[in-house]
Design a protein around this ligand. Structure first.
Ligand SMILES: Cc1ncc(COP(=O)(O)O)c(C=O)c1O
Length: 437
């Protein structure tokens, strides 16, 4: 006999609200993934849509390095199918130490490193391990996902809106008024969603202020102030732009710095789920325990394969050069086309790509009568217009915590081919020209 469980499920609209914790019930789903699902549905209906929404890679355009994939298969076949140690395979932690020493000139103790299933668990763990309920996190917007982690941890947030002129990066002037109340300052560079990178002078000033604030706290016995530095896109910088690391700029900030990194983005390996945190050694045990209790380890076979890959300097270099060139070609194409459109009098502008897989583009259409949508009052109106009239799917900066409607959008290029993108830019231009002046 089969028991039909669906018939037993209470048909009571208040059930979830009564059953779930308030925190879980009020936790929002990712807006970006919501928009991406809408785009998939439109495509399934046969609509021509260029999907510039997802922070991911289409394997057809950006495959994970073949040798790395092969090593995952080999590791599975060799029996690496059981639990890994809860802070990761020692060989992988060692490989990361060597990798950072070679690439960044920073030698971390191996005990500082713990492995997790991508960058998300180390981000979550940082909030969980450092912020008591009501403790203050300072972060800039637009930025990625901080709001959800703040909610989950019942932290207090100080949200700093940034300016396009600063590449949407925070400055010390923005942070300084809040430094005494902060427990964690969260920075991400290269920045999702803007495709910009923090400059060395700006980061140095912020790090020096963090060190000075901790010197003050040492004398009062207050809890320390930490810098959470999310560098998951760090090898992906373009032109003269270089990755800048807080500890290289201000070594004294090391005891207060948490680094989060992963192979997800710079190795085109979002599905492999290998990431890590680098924390002061005395904190590592707490982070390890948290990751262990959630079970957010990176799969063992992927850890074995990543250990091998991080040792293949030439292979990695070749991959990175080609990978970056493909990303940059797409970002440059969008930037060039938007710049040409602006020169032709259309209400658009963009910021020259500096890093990651994103570009910031502004479509100044607020207050304009948009065909099929009406007078645009919000970024969401502009988004719908672009989707319907141009078949171009973008994510507004509102999905990255920005409250103000300013016409800025994220263009993300990991899932598109160059020809498809060029055609989408033609459609975008045609749609903009059809907006009555
Ligand atoms: C800035 C930033 N940090 C972390 C992550 C999460 O990376 P992972 O897929 O390794 O969890 C993302 C994903 O988009 C990101 O953009």
């Amino acid at each position: 006999m089969v028991i039909d469980v669906s018939a037993l499920t209470p048909n009571d609209p208040t059930f979830a609200a009564r059953a779930l914790t308030v925190n879980a019930h009020t936790l929002q789903g990712s807006q970006i993934l919501g928009i991406a699902a809408q785009v998939r549905a439109l495509k399934a209906q046969g609509l021509l849509v260029c999907d510039l929404t997802v922070g991911d890679f289409a394997p057809a355009h950006f495959p994970t390095p073949e040798a790395l994939r092969q090593k995952v298969t080999d590791a599975l076949n060799a029996g690496h199918t059981n639990y890994p140690p809860s802070d990761g395979l020692p060989e992988l932690r060692q490989a990361i130490v060597r990798f950072y020493e070679e690439r960044l000139g920073l030698r971390f103790p191996v005990e500082a490193i713990y492995i997790a299933s991508g960058a998300r668990p180390p981000l979550y763990a940082t909030y969980r391990c450092l912020l008591e309920e009501g403790d203050t996190l300072v972060y800039a917007v637009p930025s990625w996902n901080n709001d959800y982690y703040v909610h989950l941890n019942k932290a207090r947030e100080v949200v700093l809106p940034t300016r396009a002129e600063d590449g949407f990066m925070p400055t010390l002037a923005l942070i300084a008024p809040h430094i005494q109340e902060a427990r964690v300052i969260h920075l991400n560079s290269p920045l999702n969603p803007c495709g910009t990178a923090i400059s060395a002078p700006v980061l140095k000033e912020i790090c020096e202020a963090i060190v000075a604030e901790n010197r003050r706290r040492d004398t009062t016995g207050e809890r320390p102030l930490f810098l959470l530095y999310d560098m998951v896109y760090w090898p992906l910088t373009f032109g003269d732009v270089q990755h800048v690391n807080p500890i290289s700029l201000v070594p004294e900030v090391a005891p207060y710095t948490i680094i989060v990194d992963a192979i997800s983005k710079w190795c085109s390996a979002t599905g492999l789920r290998v990431g890590w945190g680098v924390v002061p050694v005395s904190l590592q045990g707490a982070f390890k325990n948290l990751i262990g209790h959630i079970g957010a380890w990176a799969p063992r076979a992927e850890q074995v394969a990543t250990t091998w890959y991080l040792g293949q300097t030439e292979l990695m270099n070749t991959f990175t050069v080609e990978f970056k060139a493909k990303i940059q070609a797409r970002l440059d194409l969008i930037h060039r086309r938007l710049t040409e459109m602006a020169a032709a009098g259309l209400p658009v502008r963009s910021i020259e790509p500096q890093g990651a897989i994103y570009l910031s583009g502004q479509l100044s259409l607020l207050g304009r009568e948009l065909p099929g949508v009406g007078v645009a009052k919000t970024n969401e109106d502009i988004r719908r217009f672009l989707l319907q009239s141009a078949g171009v799917a973008l994510v507004p900066f509102q999905a990255f915590g920005l409250k103000e409607d300013t016409g800025w959008f994220r263009f993300s290029v990991g899932a598109v081919g160059v020809e498809e993108l060029a055609a989408a830019m033609d459609r975008l231009e045609a749609a903009l020209r059809a907006v009555p002046t």
